[in-house]
Design a protein around this ligand. Structure first.
Ligand SMILES: Cc1cc2nc3c(=O)[nH]c(=O)nc-3n(C[C@H](O)[C@H](O)[C@H](O)COP(=O)(O)O)c2cc1C
Length: 186
């Protein structure tokens, strides 16, 4: 039997993004039977409803990657006490047109890293409101916030903190269980 597929989106567009490091590290922490495919979003256009009926090749490819996934992992920076526009743009693209919303009903888990005290907490609560509208199945526990991210990664870009690593494994296990259930009813 082939592995269940989780689509990972997020990070930021900058090369040394802490959130990208976290996203790629999650690939190696997935439970057995689960693959995490990181889906790039850097070449997506800005969402324009006029293009719904004639999506660009980049949009088609992006949506197909999400469509094939039984769960979604979002690793988000916090920008100005909220979620970053480029990442929200990708989620908006995945959700439209409503007749081809490739996110609706899917399990979704969330992590964030920031250089501040709260580790992206405010961005996460804004994301949860978005997931509510999209009728996604949110994994709400454990919450994974990597605060003071500038001190938490080693030279190879790996998160060092064992407590946070154990929370990430638990979150991914919960996402995998929900993805298995989702896949079983498709
Ligand atoms: C436009 C912008 C707004 C930011 N706003 C916040 C914020 O509200 N809270 C916070 O903790 N960090 C904020 N930061 C700092 C980010 O935590 C930091 O740049 C972090 O490294 C971004 O994630 P990345 O490493 O994945 O790019 C902001 C950074 C930028 C560029």
């Amino acid at each position: 039997m082939s592995n269940i597929r989780i689509a990972g989106i997020g990070g930021s567009l900058r090369k040394e993004s802490f959130n990208s490091k976290l996203l790629y590290q999650a690939k190696g922490l997935m439970p057995s039977g689960m693959d995490l495919d990181v889906v790039p979003i850097g070449s997506l256009p800005l969402y324009n409803q006029d293009d719904d009926e004639n999506p660009s090749p980049e949009v088609k490819k992006f949506k197909d990657s999400l469509r094939k996934a039984s769960g979604i992992l979002i690793v988000s920076p916090e920008y100005n006490y909220s979620l970053p526009g480029f990442l929200k743009n990708a989620v908006d693209i995945g959700s439209r047109p409503s007749s081809d919303n490739v996110l609706r009903g899917k399990p979704v888990a969330l992590m964030s890293a920031s250089i501040g005290t709260f580790g992206g907490m405010r961005a996460q609560y804004h994301w949860r409101q978005v997931f509510l509208f999209l009728d996604m199945r949110q994994i709400s526990k454990p919450e994974v916030f990597v605060n003071f991210a500038q001190d938490k990664f080693d030279n190879a870009g790996k998160l060092k903190d064992p407590n946070t690593l154990s929370l990430i494994k638990e979150l991914l296990a919960h996402l995998s269980n929900a993805a298995n259930e989702y896949a079983a009813i498709q």
